[in-house]
Design a protein around this ligand. Structure first.
Ligand code: DWN
Ligand code: SAH
Length: 408
């Protein structure tokens, strides 16, 4: 059956395949190796509505559950970022008396806590029970559920309409955006706003950051695609704000048509995207060629390191690294282990290629000769933390925006 666009149902072809992929956050134990789940990771670009999407996605319940492995609180800089995101929402969009804010994909409550602390009426909507429980332990009211029209109806009947529906790094995870748009329409007050920030397509293409594509990320948005998607539900894009988080993101503000002034930044961004050729098929063919080149260069560097007997360890068992490791077929022969600060990942093996994941404290037993930087999006935070390793001659292998060795 020919795949069709999840937004406008136009027939679509993939522009490349990353091959068979496991669940990106499916860290596992040896007993589970034989039954590990795989699907084919193949992105396509819909020329009708300009939405980049993966054509096959595992069921959400396979990815988001009571053992979800990603906790937002693992990055100190993201905590600072979410505080400023929350402050900006409060100042600009929560100006009514006794406002109510809802967050989709609130995870461990890192952003919602900044509303809870100010006694602002709030609710996080989070389907992964373990992270939702963590949020509650920080005083964040949390509904353990996927966000859709039914959830919105439940919230309105129990708590009333919301002034703002906010999100970060989750809209791109939800295959049924029609359900989200209908839910937003039901939940928001007439002047209410829908705000979300996600990895930005323009940055992904610019930096050949192909590891942004994995099972959870069913879409990679641009201003054009967001405008097209929500236009179907009478929302308009009223503002866009570029963010440096996660290697280049975009914050989108949407409101019902005619309710809020449209910032000139929207038109500027749309023109930029046209100039970059984000709507053109050839852009994705060039991207595919660059992915292949990146793969060859990365495998070559790791092989050279191995040939001269150098120890390379992965830095941070990110979801993104699952695409890189499986696409490049890099296993424990090239990477001794991956160091990660998240307890639920430690002592397990990485999805697909089965590299051991060890605690950060393991490094006290001896630093390697070099790290492969999987959390390249947290480079500034990590470089600061590991400055003595680098000063002592330790090396970093990075692959975004291109494959290189970083020395002091
Ligand atoms: O979109 C998503 C983003 C927000 O978070 C989700 N689909 C899943 C997740 O993606 P990711 O795993 O690629 O996220 P990060 O933030 O790039 O990486 C987090 C991982 O890195 C955690 O396992 C913790 C680890 N880490 C570490 O070991 N040392 C992170 C930092 C900053 C560190 O210093
Ligand atoms: N917003 C956080 C977490 C991003 S990870 C941050 O930026 O750090 C994506 C989160 O969205 C996960 O916690 C996942 O469980 C949740 N999620 C996935 N699908 C969802 C849906 N349909 N509705 C609400 N949350 C969802």
């Amino acid at each position: 059956m020919t795949p069709t666009c999840r937004i406008c149902e136009t027939a679509m072809e993939p522009f490349m395949s990353f091959g068979k992929m496991p669940i990106a956050n499916g860290f596992l134990t040896p007993e589970d190796f034989a039954t590990e789940y795989f699907f084919e990771l193949k992105p396509g670009f819909c020329e009708n509505c300009s939405t980049l999407q993966i054509l096959e996605q595992p069921d959400p319940e396979r990815m988001f559950h009571e053992n979800y492995a990603f906790f937002s609180r693992t990055s100190k800089r993201m905590a600072i970022h979410f505080q400023s995101y929350a402050d900006w929402v409060k100042e600009n969009y929560l100006t009514s008396t006794n406002p109510f804010v809802v967050e989709i994909g609130s995870n461990d409550g890192l952003m919602m806590e900044f509303f809870a602390k100010d006694n602002i009426r709030h609710l996080g909507v989070e389907p992964s029970a373990n992270v939702a429980e963590k949020a509650r332990s920080y005083g964040v009211e949390t509904l353990c559920s996927f966000f859709n029209l039914e959830t919105a109806e439940k919230i309105v009947s129990e708590k009333g309409s919301a002034d703002a529906l906010i999100a970060a790094n989750v809209m791109c995870h939800i295959p049924d955006l029609h359900g989200v748009a209908k839910g937003a329409d039901h939940l928001l007050t007439p002047d209410g706003v829908l705000i979300f920030e996600e990895p930005y397509l323009g940055d992904m293409i610019e930096n050949t950051a192909y590891d942004q594509i994995y099972d959870e990320h069913v879409f990679i948005f641009s201003a054009r695609s967001v405008q097209n998607i929500f236009d179907r539900y009478d929302f308009e894009l009223v503002d866009v704000k570029p963010q440096s988080t996660h290697g280049g993101s975009m914050r989108y503000v949407l409101a019902r048509k005619g309710k809020w002034p449209v910032s000139p930044a929207v038109e500027t961004q749309l023109l930029y995207e046209d100039k970059k050729g984000l709507h053109l098929k050839t852009t994705y063919e060039i991207f595919r060629d660059k992915c292949e080149e990146s793969r060859t260069n990365l495998v070559n560097i790791l092989q050279q390191q191995k040939d001269v007997g150098r120890r390379i360890v992965g830095y941070a068992a990110t979801s993104k690294s699952t695409t890189v490791l499986n696409y490049c077929n890099i296993g424990p022969d090239l990477i001794e282990f991956i160091s990660d600060t998240t307890p639920i990942k430690q002592g397990k093996f990485s999805p697909g290629v089965h590299i051991p994941v060890r605690s950060y404290e393991t490094l006290r037993d001896g630093y390697p000769d070099g790290f492969l930087l999987f959390a390249w999006n947290h480079k500034a935070e990590i470089m600061e933390k590991e400055s003595s390793f680098t000063q002592a001659g330790g090396e970093w292998i990075s692959y975004v925006p291109h494959v290189e060795i970083i020395r002091k």
